[in-house]
Design a binder for this molecule. Structure first.
Ligand code: GLY
Length: 418
């Protein structure tokens, strides 16, 4: 079977890497991919980007299964187009993808389903949001749309609200609008991600992982897409997992069925566990997490292709539970200076040839010119290791990371510690 993975990050590299390692696919394409995925031997289509051109290339190359990585493709309806054209697709259709692309849609879905989530209000103008009188700071402000992680602010003061309003409605930082902002009560606790294969009737969880979202050690600095991950998550236990299934997954699947939602893809549930141990849903993503995927997939011992196919066909209930390697997996992301707001690109990458062949490297924002590699995105690459303890995995990863260099290279030194 020929498989097409859409996307260009380390997440897509990890998906392709595992499919190739398990050796159940004839050809694997990652489109557009990046210089690193090309050098690693994955095929890509010619540079065209339009949906129609990708569809043509997919037919020409006898693709049977399409795995959609990024939320932008899902929000644009790529899953619908590929399904209509007869491909098997891992990725929800455009309406179901609104669970990620519209915070207001997701909140209404949760309320209808009776899923525990913070109380909220929706505002359509700067004036209405600014005059919303309250005394329960902080509030979480969420722009209703995809904003690459930049549309959320935990507002501690009125000044924060005013700044957010200016960005949304006056400065046009998120396009011309019209815009809506969901204003949600802040819940204190431990944040965890719960990710699984979902076909609208069944949910098969991936091995747990903790993502390190803040840029700097000790969880300081701005939020990022994710600076590293460790699996299993130290914050998930059997009791909490069964509560997540009872309080969240069960009503979620029942609501999907009520709405006849065509969700055949990956569902990523962002949770806050409060001080009493109760899970609250903060957000849904309708795709694999990045970097959680790079950390978790190396632990999958069962057939990844079978899981993807069962998801695409709506047959997850027919599969045995997947088997996971019991070792610790650790993954560290290296970035350019200025990431996440203003990444400085174009720095020469040195040391790739020094990495041990046993090192797990997944490429994201880099490009090759001649024989040299240069940074081309905020998150450049990640290194990972599987080991019997987190400290052993950490030593391997950080020893290898020390062999790499580009101007201003940045990575957290505490992945797997705090
Ligand atoms: N690591 C968080 C995300 O993929 O959105």
């Amino acid at each position: 079977m020929n498989v097409l993975i859409l996307g260009s990050g380390a997440r897509e590299h990890a998906i392709g890497w595992l499919l190739r390692k398990q050796n159940e696919c004839a050809e694997i394409f990652i489109h557009p991919g990046n210089s690193g995925t090309l050098v690693s031997g994955f095929k890509s289509f010619p540079k065209e980007r339009s949906e129609t051109q990708i569809l043509e290339q997919a037919s020409l190359n006898k693709i049977q299964l399409v795995v959609i990585g990024p939320e932008t493709f899902l929000a644009q309806g790529y899953a619908d187009t590929f399904r209509k054209a007869g491909f098997l697709v891992v990725g929800p259709d455009q309406v179901a993808a609104k669970l990620e692309s519209s915070k207001v849609f997701a909140k209404e879905f949760m309320q209808k389903a009776g899923i525990p989530t913070a109380p909220s209000h929706v505002f359509s103008s700067s004036e209405a949001l600014k005059s919303f009188s309250n005394s329960h700071w902080p509030w979480v402000l969420k722009l209703d749309g995809l904003a690459a992680g930049k549309g959320v602010l935990v507002a501690q003061t009125e000044a924060d609200v005013n700044r957010f309003c200016d960005k949304v409605w006056n400065q046009g930082s998120f396009g011309s609008g019209p815009h809506q902002v969901l204003c949600e009560q802040f819940i204190r606790g431990q944040e965890i991600s719960y990710i699984g294969f979902c076909d609208g009737r069944s949910f098969v969880p991936l091995e747990s992982a903790t993502d390190y979202k803040r840029l700097c050690d000790d969880n300081q600095g701005p939020n990022t897409g994710g600076m590293g991950a460790v699996s299993p998550s130290p914050f998930l236990n059997t009791q909490l997992e069964s509560r997540i299934h009872q309080d969240i997954i069960k009503p979620l699947l029942s609501q999907m069925q009520k709405m006849e939602m065509n969700f055949r893809g990956i569902l990523f549930i962002g949770l806050m566990i409060d001080s009493s141990g109760a899970p609250w849903v903060l957000e849904f993503n309708t795709r694999f997490g990045d970097p959680e995927t790079q950390c978790v997939l190396p632990k999958l011992k069962s057939s990844f292709l079978s899981l993807l196919l069962a998801t695409a066909k709506g047959e997850l209930h027919l599969l045995e539970n997947p088997v996971w390697d019991s070792r610790v997996s650790l993954f560290v992301v290296a970035t350019t200076p200025g990431y996440p707001e203003y990444p400085e690109l174009g720095g020469q990458i040195q040391g790739l040839e020094r990495l041990s062949p046993n090192t797990q490297v997944f490429f994201a924002g880099l490009t090759k010119k001649g024989t040299q590699y240069f940074t081309q995105g905020g998150r450049v690459l990640g290194l990972g290791s599987l080991a019997h303890s987190a400290s052993e995995a950490r030593k391997t990863v950080y020893d290898q990371m020390a062999l790499l260099h580009w101007p201003g290279i940045h990575y957290r030194k505490d992945i797997g510690i705090s």
